[in-house]
Design a binder for this molecule. Structure first.
Ligand code: NAD
Length: 263
């Protein structure tokens, strides 16, 4: 899996083809969508018209909450594949654990079947806390390869990252730029950016790469799409990394997975 990919949350279906097309031209090879984003079709169109060989792309989609459960997961997966116009995805994720519904173990059994058939090359989860992962690991034959969670310099998720490392689960950061709001105006990040003659967004993405996160920034602006992948030509030093470590406020932007139960 490429460590840096392109996320398409909140990109309307008719704009997704253009944005994903721009990302593929800029060199991204990993795309992160989800059934609930409503843009699997646009994403699929961009993939089909890109001319890039399927095996050179890494496509992730996610099962929405209302489809949790064994049979409903199998049906929802077929729908996602059809919308994407693909015969397999590289990664399929359970979008949220929904502990109140208590269906993620049954859902995972359907994920294991899909993986066994080779229609998802890998299976993982999103927004799982260590307690949810612990239960999943105990009740599964195939462990999740990755957990996609909210993670950015102001919400660094030390406990989850340590749990993942212990269980060989990759950490993937959603809203890696903190959705752009506030975080990208932080004076500490601005100083590091000046030092390296880079933008604050590039410094944040470089930080993710150096601490070992998979990262999927989103933008629909072509210049920013290109800027966000141009992060392989410089390196943060120990001082920069420790300054960024100090920005963790422990505050989420998004919902808490323990209580989030929207279907
Ligand atoms: P993000 O942190 O990637 O921020 C995106 C926003 O930051 C843009 O809309 C733009 O306003 C700004 N931005 C982007 N590049 C910039 C640049 N170079 N300079 C200045 N501003 C810039 O936020 P996100 O979209 O919430 O997260 C990224 C991806 O993560 C999503 O598209 C989606 O694929 C995934 N995601 C997953 C979940 C989940 O529950 N699994 C939740 C949220 C997001």
């Amino acid at each position: 899996m490429p460590q840096l990919g392109f996320g398409v949350w909140q990109v309307p279906d008719d704009e997704a083809a253009k944005a994903v097309g721009t990302a593929l031209e800029a060199g991204y090879r990993s795309i992160d969508t989800a059934a609930i984003y409503g843009n699997e079709e646009g994403t699929g169109k961009a993939i089909a018209s890109s001319g890039i060989a399927r095996e050179d792309l890494f496509v992730t989609t996610k099962l929405w909450n209302s489809d949790q459960g064994y049979d409903s997961t199998l049906r929802a997966f077929d729908t996602s594949l059809a919308k994407l116009g693909l015969d397999y995805v590289d990664l399929y994720l359970i979008h949220w654990p929904l502990p109140s519904r208590d269906a993620y173990i049954d859902t995972w059994k359907a994920f294991e079947k899909i993986a066994g058939e080779g229609r998802a090359k890998a299976i993982g989860v999103s927004n799982f806390k260590p307690e949810h992962l612990q239960r999943l690991l105990a009740g599964s034959e195939i462990p999740p390869v990755i957990n996609q969670i909210e993670l950015h310099p102001q919400f660094q998720q030390a406990e989850s990252r340590a749990f993942h490392a212990e269980h060989t689960i990759a950490t993937e950061a959603w809203s890696p730029l903190g959705q752009g709001k506030g975080l990208l105006d932080d004076p500490t990040l601005a100083a590091v950016a000046r030092k390296h003659d880079r933008t604050t967004a590039q410094v944040v993405l470089r930080w993710h790469l150096q601490v070992g996160n998979v990262v999927i920034p989103k933008s629909v602006t072509p210049s920013r799409i290109r800027e966000n992948i141009d992060v392989f030509g410089f390196e943060l030093d120990a001082d920069d990394l420790s300054a960024i470590s100090g920005l963790d406020s422990g505050n989420r932007i998004g919902p808490d997975p323990s209580t989030f139960d929207i279907v």
